[in-house]
Design a protein around this ligand. Structure first.
Ligand code: HEC
Ligand code: HEC
Length: 190
């Protein structure tokens, strides 16, 4: 008799709990729905997606008009580095300097460390005269550094499609205008 009452009681309890759970579950979905409806964002169709403001499925894209008319080397003002030890952006015009070919690399004429000071150009840093596989210094420019414009890029006057909110954190004030990668390279390693 006692056993029967207990079973009946526990059945009531279990039923009660599941009923409660059902109720609260229901109200939660209703709340989510209401919240979603109140914050309903305008619908963006698949065709409108993307930054170029043209049908995403159209391959007829118009290139962004970019003005590369920068001052000649020697007349430009260098840009602040994008972040500590970032490859500097090319501030001057590259008219007649690009593309770099096997036989013609005009950049070297002004940026090799032995000539750079006389033309007031930033000298190519020691990291470009190193073989990183063997960690050995070279007495010539590393082959991997020959194609300067692979890493250093000219700048055009265009409005960015997405605002850049990144703010670099420099450890030393001089990091804004020079790189010290050769000294920082093995930081925390050696
Ligand atoms: C006629 C000499 C000359 C030539 C050729 C030249 N540069 Fe320069 N470069 C300069 C000078 C001078 C500056 C400093 C800014 C200025 O006065 O225009 C400079 C600045 C730079 C900077 C910025 C350095 C910094 O500290 O922010 C980069 C990067 C650069 N040049 C890369 C190149 C590349 C890549 C080439 C080849 C495509 C090249 N330069 C060809 C003279 C030259
Ligand atoms: C593989 C990428 C790469 C290539 C190729 C390359 N650089 Fe760099 N360059 C960098 C990076 C990264 C830095 C900043 C860190 C450092 O100093 O190594 C830099 C730094 C520099 C600086 C600034 C030095 C300073 O003291 O602040 C100059 C000038 C420069 N490079 C010129 C050149 C020239 C000229 C060429 C072609 C002969 C060239 N680089 C090729 C990646 C490259």
């Amino acid at each position: 008799m006692k056993k029967l009452i207990l079973t009946a009681l526990s059945a009531v309890l279990v039923l009660g709990i599941s009923a409660c759970a059902g109720k609260s579950g229901e109200s939660a979905t209703k709340m989510d729905e209401q919240e979603l409806n109140s914050k309903a964002a305008p619908i963006v169709t698949e065709e409108e997606l993307g930054l170029r403001k043209e049908n995403l499925y159209s391959e007829e894209t118009k290139p962004v008009k970019a003005e590369f008319n920068r001052p000649a080397p020697g007349a430009a003002k260098t840009f602040e580095r994008s972040y500590e030890n970032a490859p500097p952006l090319i501030p001057h015009s590259v008219d007649g300097l690009l593309p770099i070919t096997k036989k013609n690399n005009a950049c070297l004429g002004c940026h090799m460390p032995d000539v750079a000071p006389s033309v007031k150009a930033t000298p190519i840093p020691p990291t470009h005269f190193m073989d990183f596989r063997t960690q050995k210094k070279l007495d010539h420019l590393a082959q991997q550094r020959f194609n300067c414009s692979q890493c250093h890029v000219p700048q055009a006057n265009v409005k960015p499609l997405v605002k850049n909110n990144f703010k670099p954190d420099y450890r030393r004030p001089e990091d804004k205008s020079r790189s010290f990668l050769i000294h920082d390279l093995n930081e925390g390693v050696k």
